[in-house]
Design a protein around this ligand. Structure first.
Ligand code: FES
Ligand SMILES: [Fe+2]
Length: 351
């Protein structure tokens, strides 16, 4: 199949029976790319994933991947309980085999049967980028996969990853946290935050286009002695953050002496109250510090965020703008709300 045929073959997945989003919001959210799995975590067996209350299966078949609804159309068995054989995913119930395009290529009980075209996987549009599998449930994405340049192609950057982790919060609350700077001095007061820098995080340049929002500002951080960043008890940071709508950020933190630390937060809404986070980091310095130590440090910081976002109420960010108070420092999260309203989201949860 060529790419066009393959695209046409992708199913536009249906609204799930038990869904925690309203029909209106699900239909809109299904049109975005989301990061659902690390390629490194996909071994030689099918792997389960969940996105927007939809169960998916991912399998490495030969040199490609298949992503499909986790359901065999024959009698409804979960394909994630199956296995891989001869570059096909094998259903655990009657052993039907499906190839990387989703086509059924073998019905073991009737090997001579001319297999009906209808007997195929409900495959989902996917793309592999940066060692992550991105999917769009509707097959018609209206956003863009983030751009990670130059850090992915320049070997001066060392990369490490945290997650995937499942957090008990909505994707809206989580991404709102990651574009919020006024919390650094308080939520992160035990790690890098400094109360005296509170006004620095509140003042930032902001711009937006159809796919992104950009924030730029300075922040004076104070790291404790056990931080793995070299010579870093007092640090002037310059921060440049891009929000790739709706739920991914790329933040470049520049320190003196051309040291750069990049943070990519990649969020997928598992349900209206659960989010999967894959955090990827790049650094062009501290290459002698063990990755484990760097990961521990990052985890300590993002778990400070976690302790707040898992407690926020309401769980979804309110899209009735007048129901909250908005300070100048909130211009990014206010712009996010207005973007959500603009694409038709209502922020409704049904469960
Ligand atoms: S349910 Fe999958 S082969 Fe029968
Ligand atoms: Fe934070």
């Amino acid at each position: 199949m060529n790419k066009e045929e393959l695209t046409q073959a992708y199913a536009s997945l249906e609204f799930p029976k038990e869904c925690s989003f309203s029909r209106n919001d699900w239909d809109i959210l299904a049109n975005f790319w989301y990061p659902i799995a690390l390629v490194a975590d996909i071994g030689d067996q099918p792997r389960k994933a969940r996105l927007l209350d939809t169960d998916l299966v991912i399998a490495r078949l030969g040199s490609g991947y298949v992503v499909s609804k986790d359901l065999c159309i024959h009698r409804g068995a979960p394909l994630s309980n199956g296995w891989v054989r001869d570059d096909c995913i094998v259903c655990p119930y009657h052993g039907y085999r499906f190839d990387v395009t989703g086509k059924c290529v073998l019905v073991p009980s009737h090997p001579e049967w001319k297999i009906p075209g209808k007997l195929r996987l409900q495959t989902v549009l996917h793309e592999e980028r940066y060692g992550i599998i991105w999917v769009c449930l509707s097959g018609q994405p209206t956003n863009r996969i983030p751009v990670w340049e130059p850090e992915e192609s320049d070997s001066v950057y060392r990369r490490f990853t945290l997650g995937p982790e499942l957090w008990d919060c909505s994707a809206g609350r989580l991404i709102e946290n990651f574009i919020d700077n006024a919390h650094f001095s308080f939520v992160h007061r035990s790690s890098f935050g400094q109360e005296g820098s509170a006004t620095m995080g509140a003042e930032y340049d902001f711009s937006q286009d159809d796919y992104t929002m950009t924030m730029e500002f300075d922040y004076k951080a104070t790291n404790p002695d056990d931080s793995p960043i070299a010579n870093a008890t007092e640090l002037d940071r310059h921060m440049h953050r891009t929000l790739f709508l709706p739920f991914c950020t790329r933040t470049v933190i520049s320190y003196p002496q051309e040291r750069e630390h990049l943070i990519h937060f990649n969020i997928a809404p598992v349900s209206s109250r659960k989010s999967q986070l894959i955090a990827v980091f790049h650094r062009n310095f501290d290459h002698d510090v063990p990755i484990d130590q760097l990961c521990e440090w990052e985890k300590r910081i993002i778990y400070e965020d976690r302790a707040i976002v898992e407690l926020q109420k309401p769980e979804e960010i309110p899209l009735d703008i007048s129901s909250e108070v908005h300070a100048k420092a909130d211009k990014a999260s206010l712009a996010l709300r207005n973007w959500m309203i603009g694409v038709g989201l209502r922020g409704e949860m049904t469960a």
